[in-house]
Design a protein around this ligand. Sequence first.
Ligand SMILES: Nc1ncnc2c1ncn2[C@@H]1O[C@H](COP(=O)(O)OP(=O)(O)OP(=O)(O)O)[C@@H](O)[C@H]1O
Length: 256
Amino acid sequence: MILEARDLAFGYGARAVGSGVSLTVGEGEALCLLGPNGGGKTTLFKTLLGLLRPLAGRVLLDGRDLSERPRREIAKRIAYVPQAHAAFFPFSVRDVVLMGRASRLSAFASPGPADRAAAERALATLGIGHLADRIYTEISGGERQLALIARALAGEPRLLVMDEPTASLDFGNQARVLTQVRRLSEAGIAVVLSTHDPGHAFLCADRVALLHGGRLAGLGPPAETVTPETLRLLYGVEVAVLPLPGGRAVCTPVIG
Ligand SMILES: Nc1ncnc2c1ncn2[C@@H]1O[C@H](COP(=O)(O)OP(=O)(O)OP(=O)(O)O)[C@@H](O)[C@H]1O
């Protein structure tokens, strides 16, 4: 097991967003977090990453409390993939990906051949080698998202935390990102991701966690956890969960 949350309460200062959350993330496991807007997914992620202190409970990384670990040690093991917001600094995509090596460099050291090789490998894994010399501010949102995943991967983490990695991506890029999630997990890298499409859980996750009212309303394999009943609870609408071959399913709201 890489990461464990024990009876975690999380939020901002005196303002609790969630509580009583206990979960584990195993080696190479893909865990998908579902929950409504404002439900606390990002806040939970920031707490699991050690960026926010738990209001109660503990987060353990490889069995040791996050609060006892230096930031750098955490960053070597866990990489965060934020949403691909607007970019301001005109670096090349290669340099953005190379920044993912920062946690592995000593202070003031420049990246060496091993760092450059890791960045090239990450670009190739994501299939975006052709973008390496393009300027990050001049590529599309979908391409940026892939570049951010490559940046995270370049640091050779054991766990990737991805906040809505498919938001604002077209259908093709959504499928590419979800395929990468599966591949990473098959390669032994654990992934925790959030999404607003419950069908994604069936496509890429071993387990799903449902966050409702700041508490876990479900945790388990997609087929057992993502149901019309749990989706109604989460989103307040009727949803049909239509089975597909191979244990997958499509989820669609029922309108009218
Ligand atoms: N920096 C902050 N300080 C105080 N409250 C915050 C802060 N950031 C978010 N919140 C509040 O915490 C709650 C949870 O927000 P959070 O961003 O974690 O939800 P989310 O599930 O990621 O939402 P979304 O799906 O819309 O991205 C919301 O009520 C939000 O207004």
